[in-house]
Write a protein that binds this ligand. Sequence first.
Ligand code: GDG
Length: 450
Amino acid sequence: MGRLIIVSNRVPSPRERSQPAGGLAVGLKDALREGESLWFGWSGKQVQLHGGDPVPRLDRVDNVTYATIDLTPLQYEGFYQNFSNGILWPLFHYRVGLMNYSRTDWKTYLAVNAMFARTLLPLLKPDDTIWVHDYHLFPLGQALRDLGVKCRIGFFLHIPFPPWSLVRSLPGADLLLEDMQSYDLIGVQTPEDAENLNHSLQANGLAARGQAFPIGIDPDEFRAQAEKSMKGPEVERLEGSLRGAKLVLGVDRLDYSKGLPERFRGYEALLARYPEHRGKVTFLQVAPISRGSVEEYRQLRRQLDELTGRINGAYSEFDWTPIRYITRPLAREVLAGFYRRAEAALITPLRDGMNLVAKEYVAAQNPANPGVLILSHFAGAAPEMDEGILVNPYDPDEIADALHAALTMGLAERRTRWQALEQEVSSTTAISWAADFLRALDAAPVAGRS
Ligand code: GDG
């Protein structure tokens, strides 16, 4: 059996490797356990290079070789910051108006993908299987084919794929789709994404290669974390500080795709329209700052600072604060206990590829007294998780009604809903996701290569 080669923009740091957080690293950890494998990508460092390509740094742990390269500050800016996060991210989250297109960044994006291919090439063997991840690396498959690579190459997109009528607003979208023909299989999160991708390919006279492989978590590991964390000092301190109030929890990177201002307004509407909850509920939003040097993200932060101040100013009592808002990351094991303590999770992205937080919340619950999941229709997880309360995240009043329903729901209904959700989270895990994708890639017809 040949090796598995994973390529992603970022390669987990040595610390993240031993304790992987998030679906990608967890799912791959198991896939990487069998046989020899290599994980290639950016180190996360920016270094000024004087001519030529970087040389990959190799570092081996058990049967996995991690190969990382540095980017120059100009590559970081054009490829990562501007094109990937400033153009592709908003567009693929249906926010064309936030896309800051520039032809220079497009050229840097293509050049960095070509550089990834050139630096990866000497590490490859003919019977390797290559699995490329996410929107930073759409053109990588073609760049490898241009260098004569004939291995099987699969691609997985972690974010949504919007309809062609939106995608086409990106200059060069047709070229990106053409490049994607180099992949033997393209995985996306949901059937809707697969349909959009396949229509886009067909609108450009290309073969449909998209298939849905919804990503999951490792529910057993997360449940164990949550149980352990309940006995820890942080959950005890949280419990004490709540003084009997119910807890509504939100956990998201501080990103405009996550619907945070709308969510805060939804909670405000709860306090306004259902005054019986005043003083009896606390909303804790954990939102670690992400991409903090991009203007749209700074604006969002200012907006949330203002909303939190306004809502707390209007509704606080001298001994009760309605919103607790933290923009630093919390430790994963602490977070797991907070999920288990929360009576409701409020997860209302405007668009999300999947949303692993929704699955983690379900895995963390106490079966005897589970909390309620409130989830946006526009999370990739929604079709699988419709036993939660599904909401339109643009409507603060609908969020308020859902919160009221969750906070007053009886034990029997909470348990019935949770059991169905738990079944779903346990049946599509990170491990089965990676295995299903790799099996399908192995079986995919190899398009016209000898
Ligand atoms: C992308 C797609 C897709 C969050 N805050 C803290 C923390 N987290 C962890 C969560 C979860 C992960 O980060 C976030 O995963 P999501 O899936 O919710 O969202 P994205 O980061 O946008 O991920 C998404 C995913 O890729 C996988 O394909 O589902 O749609 O956008 O695991 O728990 N972890 C810690 N502290 C925090 O404060 N330790």
